[in-house]
Design a binder for this molecule. Structure first.
Ligand SMILES: C[S@@+](CC[C@H](N)C(=O)[O-])C[C@H]1O[C@@H](n2cnc3c(N)ncnc32)[C@H](O)[C@@H]1O
Length: 312
């Protein structure tokens, strides 16, 4: 059992059987079964579903049960927890994860990138302190809006024509979201999230049977490698170390133990003096002595210039 779960304040022996809310009148989950799902999901992802999330569990798994023609979560658990059921567990994770995202979410951070980070990298490159090479990781990229936002800014401000070699790694645990991200197709109604000049330069408007859609241009899509990765598992990424990592609105789903593991993993993949961006509800001050807060949601990894030049 993973450390710190199903113990102390998390045990829920006093809970009654909780019939899930409409429109799923036939699904119900007993406290004991809910705890089994809690542990399974935690073990697979680091995501901790609090005891108040019974309706969420039922709601999100309902469609999958229907697809499998199963009529109870009990039966589904027996299936999904089977030792060789990797694919079914991936489907369960697809259903359980919260994937809300948008282009230019938390615009203050992108202002920081354009006004502080890019100029700094440019000055360093001009001073011979770094090559014109930048590596950025969007960790928990969902359907791609976050890495595409960064890629559009890079294409505009650090263009390949000026000798910049910039690549992005974008990872998520949800295969369904990664498929969407790789396609790079979004409803045209979302175009208002993107500044007009970038929209015009880097998005294609669908016509005929693609009316109502927009698609990220290939020059932007090709800057990004999308890959499935569980942030709660130790990973060695050959693409790193990174000059900047965006891990926004992901850590809120973890408990303290998994958050600790994930932050340690992220910090390990950051170069010295590189930046980590988190979501507005995520404070990392107590999580890593190597991180110094520059402003809310933006951290820098402690280190000296010598370290950084070595690690490039
Ligand atoms: C709310 S979205 C955030 C998307 C984007 N970063 C943003 O801020 O707009 C959270 C994403 O984290 C992913 N996620 C959750 N647990 C994860 C894990 N253990 N490893 C990798 N990704 C995970 C989910 O699949 C989901 O797509």
């Amino acid at each position: 059992m993973p450390a710190g779960i199903a113990k102390g304040k998390r045990s829920s022996t006093s809970l009654q059987v909780d019939p899930c809310l409409q429109p799923l009148p036939q699904l119900s989950v007993s406290p004991a079964l809910f705890q089994k799902f809690q542990k399974l999901i935690y073990g697979e992802t680091g995501i901790w579903l609090g005891n108040a999330k019974t309706a969420l569990l039922c709601g999100r798994l309902f469609r999958r049960l229907r697809e499998l023609d199963l009529d109870s979560l009990e039966t589904y658990y027996e299936r999904v927890a089977g030792p060789d059921q990797y694919e079914e567990r991936a489907r369960m994770i697809d259903a359980i994860t919260t994937n809300e995202t948008r282009f230019f979410r938390e615009p203050r951070q992108f202002q920081f990138v354009v006004q502080n980070l890019f100029p700094r990298w440019r000055v360093e490159a001009e001073g011979g302190l770094r090559p014109r090479r930048v590596r950025i990781w969007s960790a928990g990229c969902s359907s791609g809006e976050e890495p595409y936002t960064v890629a559009m800014l890079v294409a505009r401000y650090l263009p390949a024509e000026d000798g910049w070699d910039v690549r992005l790694l974008a990872t998520d645990i949800s295969t369904r979201m990664l498929e969407k991200a790789r396609r790079g197709v979004y409803p045209i109604t979302r175009s208002g999230e993107i500044p007009p000049d970038l929209l015009q330069s880097f998005m294609l408007r669908g016509i005929a049977d693609r009316e109502g859609e927009m698609k990220v241009k290939s020059e932007i899509r090709e800057m990004i490698d999308f890959r499935r990765l569980n942030l709660d598992q130790h990973s060695d990424l050959i693409e790193g170390p990174f000059d900047a990592i965006f891990c926004r609105n992901v850590l809120i789903y973890f408990d303290a133990a998994s958050k600790n593991r994930v932050v340690a993993n992220l910090v390990r993949h950051l170069m010295a003096n590189a930046h980590l961006f988190v979501g507005h509800a995520e404070n990392l001050s107590s999580f890593s002595p190597q991180l110094r807060s520059l402003e809310p949601t933006i951290y820098i990894k402690a280190g000296d210039t010598e370290n950084r030049v070595q690690s490039v």
